[in-house]
Design a protein around this ligand. Structure first.
Ligand SMILES: Nc1ncnc2c1ncn2[C@@H]1O[C@H](COP(=O)(O)OP(=O)(O)O)[C@@H](O)[C@H]1O
Ligand SMILES: [Mg+2]
Length: 368
């Protein structure tokens, strides 16, 4: 570990939000009171649809937006009234505007120069950061002479050169093409393993969330739907909102009615046994549905509508009980179009949600 790695690791701070709220005007509350604790050194991904308050949350931590109420603590210190530069955070944006007329070195060194650091130390720090980010050979180039990925790395270098204990990212990869996004994801994960800064990474991309996060915080209209590990979010979604936001294709959700003994689909077919009465939503992931012949047990009948072959596997879309369900099947399973499909819904793979609130009802099926 070099000096920069060690300095950032030492400075990693936990972030606590107590009753933090944000309203831009009296009518619209963007963030209702929020309590959350981000552990020192943890990589948190804030995930949610556009407009749910992700950037607002990040900017309140950074100090670029004021809180309307509540407290923010970084490393145990109350910061909600401090200037951004006194909070020990560094931020990387989607539109990372580098200074086009300055070299890579000067771009990275800029904040150090402004803070009055001596030249020899600046050279040493920028050198260490550039080496860490694979930019050592590009220090004299201008941003216009770099690839998109290299420019993004310069933006990250500029953020970490001040040795922040907290790194904040707001959709930093959205402007990159697919291959570069993937490469940058791997680089960011590697960077985090090395420097261990407390990281908050905002995105609307579930793949980034699943692959980067220690824990994912899912926001829906400014409220926390679930805050847990990627595995728990995928396998034990706390609500229909989470279940439908994660997974490609997402979890199938079917309305069912209980008669005290079984849960029936809208067309009367029995989907599962459960001693429940009333209306519920039943969830099952595409890869958990078995096309008949693959398993024993209760089967329901559906009609195949269309299929998409993805090479590694196929996605079937079938009509079941008035809904369209998606089924992921291994490639090579030969299923003719418009055929009747007999489907198994293994009870251990079922998720049950309240019909109205959409909250998960753990314990009914063994998936929870
Ligand atoms: N400066 C502002 N003034 C008024 N409303 C704003 C302002 N910034 C954001 N909003 C509103 O707050 C909500 C959350 O925005 P934002 O945090 O940018 O969402 P996200 O980053 O999740 O897409 C949106 O409804 C947006 O219109
Ligand atoms: Mg945003």
């Amino acid at each position: 570990m070099n000096a920069i790695d060690m300095a950032i690791r030492a400075a990693a701070a936990n972030i606590t939000l107590n009753d933090v709220t944000k309203a831009y005007d009296t009518e619209t509350v963007v963030i209702p009171p929020m309590d959350v604790e981000l552990r020192a050194g943890e990589f948190t991904v804030v995930l949610g649809p556009s407009g749910c308050g992700k950037s607002t949350l990040l900017q309140m931590i950074a100090g670029l937006e004021r809180v309307s109420g509540g407290k923010i603590l970084i490393g145990g210190r109350e910061v909600q009234n401090l200037e951004p530069k006194h909070r020990g955070c560094a931020m990387v944006f989607q539109n990372y505007a580098l200074y086009p007329h300055m070299s890579v070195f000067d771009n990275i060194a800029y904040s150090l120069k402004v803070s009055g650091m001596a030249k020899a130390e600046r050279i040493e720090r920028v050198g260490a950061v550039a080496k860490m980010l694979g930019l050592a050979d590009y220090l004299s180039r201008k941003p216009g002479q770099l690839s998109g990925g290299q420019r993004q790395r310069v933006a990250i270098g500029r953020a970490i050169v001040r040795e922040p204990g907290v790194l904040l990212f707001d959709e930093p990869l959205s402007n990159l093409d697919a291959q570069l996004r993937h490469d940058m994801r791997v680089e960011l994960a590697e960077l985090h393993r090395r420097i261990g800064a407390t990281t908050v990474f905002v995105t609307h991309d579930q793949v980034e969330a699943m692959t980067l996060a220690d824990r994912i915080l899912i926001l829906n209209k400014g409220r926390i739907e679930q805050f847990d590990t990627p595995k728990a979010i995928y396998h034990r979604p706390a609500s229909v909102f989470v279940a439908k936001f994660i997974g490609a294709p997402p979890m199938n959700i079917l309305p069912v009615t209980g008669d005290g003994r079984v849960l029936r689909l809208a067309d009367g077919q029995v989907a599962a046994e459960a001693p429940l009465t009333g209306a519920y939503q039943l969830g099952i992931r595409p890869e958990d549905i078995l096309v008949s012949g693959q398993a024993e047990g209760r089967a329901v009948t559906s009609t195949l509508r269309f299929r998409e072959d993805l090479g590694s596997h196929a996605i079937l879309a079938a009509e079941l009980g008035g809904s369209v369900v998606r089924i992921a099947t291994p490639f090579g399973v030969d299923i003719p179009d418009h055929s009747q499909l007999s489907l198994n819904l293994p009870p251990a793979r079922l998720h049950l949600f309240d019909a109205e609130s959409g909250r998960a009802m753990p314990g009914v099926f063994s998936a929870h």
